[in-house]
Design a protein around this ligand. Sequence first.
Ligand code: ZN
Length: 254
Amino acid sequence: MLIDSHCHLTYEIDPAGVDAVIARARDAGVGIIICPTADPIDVPAAIKLADTRDNVFATIGIHPEHAECTAADYITDEILAHPRVLGVGEIGLDYHGDDVPARDAQIKLFTEQLEMARRGGLPVAIHTRDAEEDTAAILADFPEIGGVMHCFTSGWGLAKKMLDRGFYFSASGILTFKNAGDIRDTFAKIPANRIVVETDSPYCAPVPYRGRVCEPAFVVETARVVAGIKNIPFEKFCDIVMENTKHLYPKIKI
Ligand SMILES: [Zn+2]
């Protein structure tokens, strides 16, 4: 069985509804789905999904694209103590392009949520894009926090730093793209016991579904590619990913 460790189930993936998406995932062998939040309006929806679907869990956080927000307005200690809320995420920094929020606002929101994770004793799911240096520097102030580098596409420099502090690395559909040789090379060097997989649905559908709306069933394709890179039989790799995800998110009950 596989786990899709990062899937935006609160977004409309299929007009037929979320249960059709979950059913197709189950049929493909993807038995567990972890739903992160990015926009504060998704927080109640993600918790509701985790509460009402036996194979869905949540992580709760505000993405840097909403850096004008104060996390405490949306995320309470009670929410983070919820038994099916596994961590704080997705949070981080995104300096890509010209229309991203000001860096100081992003850093303030990121730091606020790292403090929440520390208080709650929870792991974090980190989004970082064109912001590797600041991400590593800020995380260095929170040495007790573990977590995962979600949709990891950075180079070996950041990978090594985060490996040394015990983080996990999540492979997304991007790894299956023809032009992603550098990312595959990085994952070749990351130990198998630090790798988890995700779709980041509805984004980044893997080959051979590129261009379609991504859904959790497709994580199988990414897992196959990573298993190949690591030279591990697919079924065994799925078992390793399951163990890794349980270590990453100790609150998960499967
Ligand atoms: Zn995401």
